[in-house]
Design a protein around this ligand. Sequence first.
Ligand SMILES: Cc1ncc(COP(=O)(O)O)c(C=O)c1O
Length: 364
Amino acid sequence: MDFEPFQYMRYAKRLEYADGIFMAGSGMSPPKPELLTFDPDDFSLTSLCSNYGDPRNVAWLAEKYKCGGERIVLSAGSSSANWLVYACQLSPGDKVIIETPGYPQFFSLASLVGAEVLKLPRKAENGFLPDVDQLKSMLDDSVRMVVLTNLHNPSMAFMPRPLMQQIVDACAKVGALVLVDEVYIDHMKPGDDYSAFELGDNVAVTSSLTKVYGLSGLRFGWSAAPERLASRMLDLIDVVDPELPTVAQNLAHRALENLPRLRAHARRLHEQNWPVVREWLDTRPELAPFNPPGGITVWFDLKGIDETGNLATVCRNDYGVLVVPGEYFQSGGWLRVGYKIEPVTLRQGLERLGRAIDDFRSHH
Ligand SMILES: Cc1ncc(COP(=O)(O)O)c(C=O)c1O
C-alpha cells in the first residue's frame, strides 16, 4: 500500500520535545484536573463502556447535533474520525476536493484510499474563504467528497453559515458529501458558531477534545454523519480497532459535563494574547497576517521570502523559537505561529522570531 506520509505530523511531534519557546502547537495546554471533577471510579478498568464508546458520550453528542445516536461515531481523535469518513466514503479513482491551504492529513488520506485530489483554493485576498462559483465549476458526478475545516487551519478563518449552506447545497446536487472538520470551531464565542451538520443530509462533521479543550491525551474524537455512512464507519471500526479505552471515555464524560467552563478558558486566552501578537505584527509591516476571529495561532505571509522551511530551522537552531513553516500547508513563504503561552514568554518568543526573520532576510 502506497501513501503520502504525513510529514507535518512527524515535524510537530519532534518539536514538542525540542528545546526552545514552543510556538508551533495548535492545541491548548491540558486543563487543571480540578476543572474536570474526576471521580476515582472513572479510573476503573471494569467501568461501563459499550463497545462503540460510552453511551453517555454518544447521548451527549446526539443532543449536541440534534440527531439520533446512530449518526454518532466515536473515534480516537478527529484524525481517526477523518480517516473513517474517507475510508467509508471514497473508493480508488473517486475525486475528492480539498481546501488549499489545508491540513495535510486530508491529502495523505486521499492517497491512502487512492482518490484523486482536486484543490479548492482558499485565498488570502478573499479572507481565506472559498469561491463558491469556482467550487461549482469543479463539481460533477465523479466528485464524491469536498473537505473543509471550520475554523480553517491554518488561517483560522470562520466560514459564514450562508456560504457553507451554498457549498452544501451545491454538493447535494451532484451527490457529494461535505466533510467539515470542526475541531477549532469552539474557539468562536458561543452563539457566533454553528455546526455544518445541521445544513444538510450530505454533511459529515468531525471534531475532538484535543484542540480547544487541551485534552489530546484522551484521544476522544467523533463524527456526526449521515446514517448509512455512520453505520459503515462502525463496520470499519469492528475491523480495525474494535474498542475504545474505557478510562478515556469516562474522563471524556467529565470533560463534556464541564465543557462550557473549559471553552471560556480558551476564549480568554485568545483575548488576552492576541493583542500582544497584534502589537508585534504592527511593528512589522512587511508581514501580511490574517486576523483570526478566535484560536491560538496566527498565519502570515513573509512578503519577499518564498520558502520558510529553512527559516523555521534558523528560528529553532539559532534563536530558540519553534514555529511551523508554511510548506506543511502547501504555502512556502508563510508561517503559522502559536500564541498559547503566557504573555511574558510570548513577547520573548515574538522578539526572537523577529530577529530570526531579520537575520534570514539579510541573507536572501
Ligand atoms: C484540522 C485538524 N483536524 C484534526 C487534527 C488532529 O486532531 P486530533 O488530535 O483530534 O486527532 C488537527 C491537528 O492539528 C487539525 O488541525
